[in-house]
Design a protein around this ligand. Structure first.
Ligand code: PEP
Ligand code: MG
Length: 754
């Protein structure tokens, strides 16, 4: 059963298009459950009808023609109930609707199971039997399991089909892909697909510039892999038995086979570039091997994949011309790394569209810091088909429009110009103090450090730096940066902002930030070895960092040190002892460095409940709502599947912040918020009501938040918060705040809609 299931899903996943996928489903289901008919009805998103899209057993000419209303017939019943409907004799059921076009007279037994993806019914898988009979429990369970697994593939194929038809139809048609808002703004430009090295599946199709150059690059890579394999075989000959060594011969044979080389060259000559042509060949071969009955032969699929990866690696290591980035480049990828983003000159980068992640992923934070619109978490994005296509990314709503029609373009160009007007308007607050109408000062600090170089720019806006993420100098190196290297980087940041305060946060790697030269593989990295935990286990790294920070502050005296991910008092005590040790050493060495302010990030729920003990030890608190939200709500901040649950305006998050502020202020210790929440205008209004002392955000969000602070009295914000806390749903709270901002004439700030 499991094998059949796996095989069907694999075949469906590698089908060339939606129709191909549906044909595979109906033919394999008919065979494996031994039924007379298997059909798939899919929901037409426009008309909300169910359309018969594939059948094996009913009349083929009915496909595409038979339509059932959303609530019509037994198919409608499956959809309404969102559960299987198993009926012995369908024609005698009151909900049965006879359809003459399909030729279904002789069938009695009926089993329909819904195909549901992310809580939405996409369609219904139906099997029919001539005889009057109820389907067995195990048959029903099999189809439910299959439908659940197929939902993803179907939804992917639907999105991909929509994009393909938008790109191939002669009349103008726009395909819309729905994701999550990542960074506000609208990007209009051309898609450039980026992909991780040596990941064959992620390689897009791309038009070939010079066929002969591509063929030569492919053949050179094949020759290099052949040499590598011979070399491995020679080196291993003394270590491995003959039967194991035969593997290398088998790989060499595959490599020399005309089907692999010849087929790829054919794809190149048909117009695809070498990596795309290689992907086409390899995935076809993998499919063939994976569908084989013999388990030994099935395993050979992974050898083929391995060969493909090796050839690709060689092609990618041949120096290629650096991609010419056109103006209006919209980077598109399954996953986009900081370095891929950094490769594009900023004046050419219009936007970011990422299949994974959410607004609190680091790539989105980076986009916000750069003021670049971003859409995240488009789960079913056919990445490979988007390269070079005209694209619009709406970072407010999280929508992406592929091949936009003139009308869509005009609409977004208008939105862009309104946005420019808003930016102009926001310029009015530049240089104005961040004070509420009832006279409460709420300093606005900057989050910097994620973008290399940002730390050294002089920002006239901002009352200082609330969060300097020191990870970047570490991420950009091939080894831990030395004390002198760190000293230079920190000093330029402290100097740029002096006399304004700068909170340098100690190294916070782990989770989704891995150092290339210090890899840590864990099952649950966000619950693992990250932040202060790594620093305390490696005092030699921590002490070097602290010394560099202290030395950097010499003469400026505007340094605060902030510790990430603190979850217990003992961690704080050890960290404080190490900081004192570093400070003492420097004094002994004759460097008159001042003791810096020391604060901790409140981002682990356990810290929320230990404020009293912590307050006796530190000078300030800064709430890291990005992590606090993920840990309080048990929602991975990077997982687009659960991104709709990731809500910083959740009553639990608000109450946690309330508790921190109340406790800390009892001890006279200030509280700031430096998660992305602080830069969100609606959430900033809530934080004003929570009596947070200051906010820290990326420079691009600062004017919006300052406008909010200057527009609402704190007394009013406190009343609004009381109302908000009466609401039980995060969405209701969000809507309430958005409405308040709109009523206050600040609608432009919340166009995100959420
Ligand atoms: C946070 O968790 O809110 C935070 C500011 O830290 P980071 O996003 O770097 O984890
Ligand atoms: Mg954090």
């Amino acid at each position: 059963m499991l094998n059949t299931l796996r095989r069907i899903v694999q075949e469906v996943n590698s089908a060339p298009d939606l129709q191909g996928a549906l044909e595979i489903i109906v033919s394999r289901v008919k065979l494996s459950v031994s039924v007379d008919v298997a059909s798939v009805y899919l929901l037409d998103a426009g008309t909300r009808d169910f359309v018969l899209r594939a059948t094996n057993g009913l009349r083929k000419d009915a496909v595409g023609k038979v339509r059932l209303g959303y609530h019509e017939g037994l198919v409608g019943m499956v959809c309404e109930r969102e559960e299987p409907v198993n009926i012995e004799d369908a024609p005698s059921h009151p909900r049965y609707r006879f359809i003459s076009e399909t030729g279904e007279n002789p069938y009695h037994g009926f089993l329909g199971v819904p195909i549901i993806q992310h809580g939405k019914v996409l369609g219904v898988l139906v099997v029919r039997q001539r005889e009057t009979r109820k389907f067995r429990d195990d048959e029903e369970a099999f189809l439910v399991t299959l439908a659940a697994q197929l939902a993803g593939a179907i939804s992917h194929a639907l999105a991909s089909g929509e994009v393909t038809s938008a790109l191939t139809r002669t009349e103008a048609m726009t395909a819309v892909l729905r994701g999550l808002p990542g960074s506000p703004g609208v990007a209009i430009g051309l898609a450039l697909v980026v992909y991780p090295p040596a990941n064959l599946e992620a390689i897009p199709d791309r038009a070939v510039a010079d066929t002969e150059v591509e063929v030569a690059s492919f053949e050179a890579a094949v020759a290099a892999v052949r040499d590598d394999l011979r070399d491995y075989a020679n080196r291993m000959s003394a270590l491995l038995p003959a039967e194991e060594l035969a593997l290398f011969d088998a790989l060499l044979l595959m490599l020399d086979s005309d089907s692999l080389v010849g087929e790829t060259v054919q794809h190149i000559r048909a117009g695809n570039w070498a990596p795309g042509a290689l992907r086409e060949t390899i995935s076809r071969h993998v499919r063939v091997f994976e569908s084989m009955e013999d388990s030994y032969l099935r395993e050979r699929a992974s050898d083929i994949r391995d060969l493909g990866r090796r050839i690709l690696t060689h092609m990618q290591s041949t120096p290629v011309e650096r991609t010419e980035f056109s103006a209006g480049t919209v980077l598109v990828g399954e996953d986009i790394s900081a370095s891929q983003l950094a490769e594009v000159p900023i004046d050419r980068l219009a936007g970011i569209v990422c299949a994974s992640g959410s607004s609190s992923s680091h790539v989105a934070i980076l986009a916000q810091a750069l003021g670049i619109p971003a859409v995240m978490g488009i789960k079913d994005m056919p990445v490979g088909r988007l390269d070079g296509q005209a694209i619009i990314a709406d970072g407010y709503r999280g929508d992406v429009f592929v091949n936009p029609t003139v009308l869509v373009r005009e609409e977004f160009a208008l939105l862009q110009s309104q946005e420019t007007e808003l930016t102009e308007l926001l310029r009015n607050v530049a240089g104005q103090p961040s004070v509420t109408p009832d006279g409460v000062e709420v300093p606005l600090y900057l989050n910097i450090g994620l973008v290399s170089g940002t730390g050294t720019e002089v920002h006239s806006e901002g009352d200082g730096v609330g969060l300097y993420r020191t990870e970047v100098p570490f991420l950009m190196q091939v080894r831990f940066p030395s004390e002198e290297e760190q000293l230079r980087i920190y000093r330029s940041a402290l100097e740029a902002f002096a006399p304004r305060p700068v909170n340098l946060r100690t190294l916070d790697v782990g989770g989704d930030k891995m150092l290339p030269y210090f890899p840590v593989y864990e099952d649950n990295p966000f619950l693992g070895w990250r932040g202060i935990r790594i620093s305390l286990d490696h005092p030699e790294i921590f002490l070097v960092q602290i010394r560099a920070m202290l030395r950097a502050s010499l003469g400026f005296n505007n340094l605060n040190i902030m510790l990430p991910m603190v979850s217990s008092v003992s961690e704080l005590d050890i960290a404080m002892t190490l900081i004192s040790q570093a400070h003492g050493e420097l004094l002994e060495d004759g460097m008159p460095v001042m003791r810096p302010g020391i604060g901790i990030m409140i981002e682990v729920p356990s810290a929320v409940y230990q404020i009293e003990a912590m307050a006796k030890r530190v000078d300030f608190f800064s709430i890291g709502t990005n992590d606090l939200t993920q840990y309080l709500l048990a929602v991975d901040r990077n997982n687009s599947r659960v991104a709709s649950l990731y809500q910083c305006l959740h009553p639990a998050v608000l109450r946690a912040i309330q508790q921190v502020v109340e406790q800390a202020q009892r001890y006279g210790k200030p509280v700031s918020v430096c998660g992305e929440m602080a830069g969100d205008p609606a959430a900033a209004l809530a934080l004003l009501g929570l009596r947070v002392n200051s906010l820290s955000m990326s420079v691009s969000n600062l004017p919006r938040v300052k406008w909010v602070i200057r527009s609402f009295a704190q007394s009013e914000a406190i009343e609004l918060l009381e109302q908000a806390l009466e609401l039980e749903e995060p969405r209701a709270i969000r809507t309430m705040y958005n409405q308040i901002l709109e009523q206050g004439g600040l609608g432009g700030l919340v166009r995100a809609g959420n």
